[in-house]
Design a protein. Structure first.
Length: 197
């Protein structure tokens, strides 16, 4: 897991350093912009390869930072809490992650297209039936990673709304199902609103 987060950290700051070195030879009218802010919203999540399952409604929230070295191009990262999971057999299986997405932004007016990846650390998994909860953290892998693609719209200068789909690539199953070789992967649609400082 340390190697995964180290990779995302070096990728994010490596892009910034690369641009700083090459931009000395390029004269542009655009002034690089650095942004930071907060965002949050709802998750519509599921886990692949589970029979008789339906979407799980959760939440996410956290902080973001972005660098926009050119008018049409930038990159950024986030530190997010994300509650996701799946509903199966009338049981809500909730997975709470600390997620670190890293992405490239392509700007077009008030619209931003995003693509990249994420790494996540699981710190709790539960099964909820009515008011009763059971800890299932040991039945899931402690890490997750995957790809992301998103779209963001900025109606006002400092606020935005957006949608993003996270496609998990890691098998998160750790004796959660009777079939120990079952491959389970996270799927998560996030609807967000945010504010830039």
């Amino acid at each position: 897991m340390k190697a995964l987060f180290t990779f995302f950290f070096l990728a994010f700051f490596g892009l910034q350093n690369t641009y700083a070195q090459t931009s000395k030879a390029i004269k542009e009218d655009w002034v690089p912009v650095q942004k930071a802010g907060v965002k949050g919203g709802v998750n519509v999540a599921s886990i692949s390869n589970l029979a008789n399952s339906s979407a799980f409604m959760g939440v996410h929230g956290g902080f973001f930072g972005e660098v926009q070295p050119r008018e049409s191009f930038g990159y950024g990262g986030e530190v997010m809490y994300s509650k996701q999971g799946v509903t199966a057999s009338n049981i809500d299986f909730g997975l709470s992650y600390l997620s670190v997405p890293v992405f490239i932004n392509l700007y077009h007016g008030k619209v931003t297209f995003q693509g990249g990846g994420y790494g996540a650390l699981l710190f709790m998994a539960t099964a909820k039936i009515g008011q009763e909860k059971k800890d299932l953290t040991d039945n899931f892998q402690t890490t997750d990673y995957g790809l992301l693609v998103g779209l963001r719209f900025r109606p006002l200068d400092k606020t935005f709304i957006g949608a993003r789909f996270n496609l998990g690539l890691q098998n998160i199953n750790n004796n959660f199902t009777e079939r120990q070789n079952a491959i389970l992967r996270n799927r998560n649609l996030q609807i967000s609103a945010g504010y830039q400082f």
